[in-house]
Design a protein around this ligand. Structure first.
Ligand code: SAM
Length: 223
């Protein structure tokens, strides 16, 4: 039976891809990729000689029907994003939901995603956590943060490097200076680091830094 495969790809280190993911990419009838150039580089690195079809937030609605028709006609589709697991702050949800609605099998392989290593590296409780992804940039941002002030689970946020200080300051205001948190940067890459402390300490540290790279912020829940 044909299906949609959602295949996690490395978040930095090219070796972080499973043997099954590579086999599935080799065997797929077609590969949908968020940025075809980024994915071509990954496929080439692993000796997979296949062209990718562009699939991103700006065209996913338009090409959905065509993808579904091809799977219904018997082809296996593989979906990859630029990094990590498709659907996690990346395209994938829309296509997966439509496949499920049309009784098309889907399978998401386990594999890389940035929030799991960030959570574990934080040293904060990982028995219960919530993934908040990216906060809204403008409208609704302050309200969303205020709503989370009473959250008891560890919270995980994706953030861009130029907004990290502002976000830590907003968290300190809403959650209190003494709330524990961590900032993981460039996970799995050469300059990987995780900085832990209270929100007040992190604000002081990030005021002195010109932060670059990819960032995950983890904040302890209300005790
Ligand atoms: N699909 C990805 C996943 O499964 O984690 C997330 C894609 S989202 C567009 C990109 C964000 O993920 C970045 O802005 C950053 O917050 C986080 N991220 C991705 N790779 C990372 C890395 N190597 N180190 C730290 N954060 C990372």
């Amino acid at each position: 039976m044909s299906k949609l495969l959602l295949i996690p790809t490395p978040i930095g280190n090219m070796e972080d891809i499973t043997l099954r993911a590579l086999r599935m990419l080799r065997e797929a009838d077609f590969i949908l990729a968020e940025d075809t150039r980024t994915s071509a580089h990954l496929l080439k690195h692993h000796g997979i000689d296949k062209r990718c079809i562009s699939f991103h937030i700006h065209n996913e609605h338009q090409i959905l029907e065509n993808i579904i028709s091809r799977i219904e006609a018997g082809e296996n589709a593989a979906l990859i994003s630029d990094a990590g697991t498709p659907g996690i702050s990346d395209p994938g949800f829309l296509l997966a939901r439509e496949c499920i609605r049309r009784n098309i099998a889907i399978e998401c392989l386990p594999g890389p995603t940035a929030f799991v290593p960030a959570l574990i590296n934080s040293g904060l409780p990982c028995d219960r956590f919530c993934f908040e992804g990216f906060l809204p940039h403008k409208k609704g941002r302050v309200t969303r943060i205020a709503e989370l002030a009473k959250e008891e689970r560890t919270m995980i946020f994706y953030e861009s490097p130029h907004r990290v200080l502002k976000t830590l300051e907003q968290f300190a205001t809403a959650f209190g200076n003494s709330r524990r948190a961590s900032v993981s940067r460039e996970l799995t890459k050469i300059y990987e680091e995780t900085i832990r402390g209270t929100l007040e300490e992190l604000v002081t540290i990030f005021k002195q830094k010109n932060t670059k790279g990819e960032i995950v912020i983890v904040v302890g829940g209300l005790m």
